[in-house]
Design a protein around this ligand. Structure first.
Ligand code: PLP
Length: 399
């Protein structure tokens, strides 16, 4: 049965990490991985998460019974309120609900599935470039057209807003438009509020369906409300839409698979219908969600002092990234390069503008691991490796 199975192409980011691990050079740096690192280059368990885990370990009332198929109720509600705000018209009018999902990926998966198989949507737009899994998930669900909309102006290293708008103008009605709520992965470039207003106007007029991918709330500006602005604005404008929420990055709960698919309808009466269909999709996909991560998130978000502590932890991460951006800018300036974009870009990633050849030079000659697109994870930089990395980038740019 298995003799003719071909080897699937490697997933670049995981391959890069494997190469990094095997590398014995003392200067090696991993700028590929999509996870937070401390200034010591280590993963970080948020102190608030450690606290809740200790409380959980001591709690004899907890057990390992199945959760409801759609997830833990206080977790789903807290997720909705974090993204939309408690005063959102969708919340006060009971026009929103969430399905607990296996991270942002699981949320995208069940969201794309519902739109394709329950609403018959067949055309999906993703940004060019985007997080690689958007295409993969849409493809595996059989969307007949996966279109890339213009997003990045390579020459000016900024948003290609005219291209973006033109692509939305020409999209057929009922197309799904996947939008990054903030801290766009991989470019780190987000539309301004004014630009979001214009995008919303086109999407309304053209009857396009917004699906916000919200994987970095708190990482773009360090402010949870600010980072949720585009999603909240679309709700205010009366859109029916989906939002795929992930707590992987902002709680550092990567391997616990904590997410929500949030759905907003124009009427409260359709919420139980959508939820019931989602229940069937979940039942046949993973059947039942995991409990550890959602317990932590619900405990934190529903307790004011733990929530304050979490926001402080989140700011620690966001500030370290800002510091690394500034430091890299300063070091490169001394070496004769003006990398304004590294300061302007938001969130965990920077799209450096380094070409494939320059990236290969950094990986193969300098032991600095980054994606071939030139995307770097700013958290891979530390005060200790910054000089080495800046010097290597300088060499890549000048040799
Ligand atoms: N969406 C974007 C844009 C991402 O960058 C990521 C993770 O890197 C995800 C979704 C999925 O996150 P999760 O690990 O929660 O599935």
């Amino acid at each position: 049965w298995f003799n003719n199975v071909d080897l699937a192409p490697a997933i670049e980011v995981f391959q890069l990490t494997a190469r990094y691990r095997e590398d014995t050079d003392p200067h090696k740096v991993n700028l590929g991985v999509g996870a937070y690192r401390t200034d010591e280059g280590q993963p970080w368990v948020l102190p608030v998460v450690r606290n809740v885990e200790a409380m959980k370990a001591a709690d004899q009332t907890l057990n390992h019974e199945y959760l409801p198929i759609v997830g833990k109720p206080d977790y789903r509600k807290a997720g909705v309120e974090l993204l939309l705000g408690k005063a959102s018209p969708a919340v006060t009018q009971n026009r929103v609900d969430a399905i607990q999902a296996l991270g942002g990926t699981g949320a995208l998966r069940i969201g794309f599935d519902f739109l394709k198989n329950r609403l018959g949507m067949d055309v999906i737009y993703i940004s060019k470039p985007t997080w690689g899994n958007h295409r993969g998930i849409a493809k595996s669900l059989g969307y007949s057209k996966i279109v890339e909309y213009h997003y990045w102006n390579e020459e000016k290293m900024c948003l290609n807003f005219d291209g973006f708008k033109a692509d939305l103008e020409s999209a057929p009605p009922k197309s799904v438009i996947v939008l990054h709520a903030c801290a766009h992965n991989p470019t780190g470039v987000d539309p301004t509020h004014e630009q979001w207003e214009q995008l919303a106007e086109i999407m309304k007029r053209k009857q396009l369906f917004p699906l916000f991918d919200c994987a970095y709330q708190g990482f773009a500006t360090g402010d949870l409300d600010n980072d949720a602005w585009p999603v909240r604005r679309f709700v205010e404008l009366g859109f029916e839409m989906f939002a795929a929420q992930s707590f992987s990055k902002n709680f550092g709960l990567y391997n616990e698979r904590v997410g929500n698919l949030i759905f907003i309808s124009s009427s409260s009466s359709s919420i139980p219908m959508i939820r019931s269909q989602m229940e069937i999709i979940v039942r046949t996909t993973w059947s039942n969600p995991p409990s550890h991560g959602c317990h932590i998130v619900a405990t934190v978000l529903n307790n004011p002092s733990l929530r304050d502590e979490w926001e402080t932890n989140l700011k620690t991460m966001a500030n370290r990234i800002l510091q690394m951006r500034q430091l890299l800018f300063d070091k490169l300036k001394v070496l004769g390069h003006r990398w304004q974009h590294v300061i302007d870009q938001k969130g965990m990633f920077s799209y450096t503008g380094l070409n494939k050849q320059q990236c290969d030079f950094l990986v193969n000659r300098k032991h600095i691991y980054l994606l071939g697109s030139g995307r770097v994870n700013m958290c891979g930089l530390t005060t200790k490796n910054m000089d080495y990395v800046a010097q290597a980038i300088h060499e890549a740019l000048t040799t």
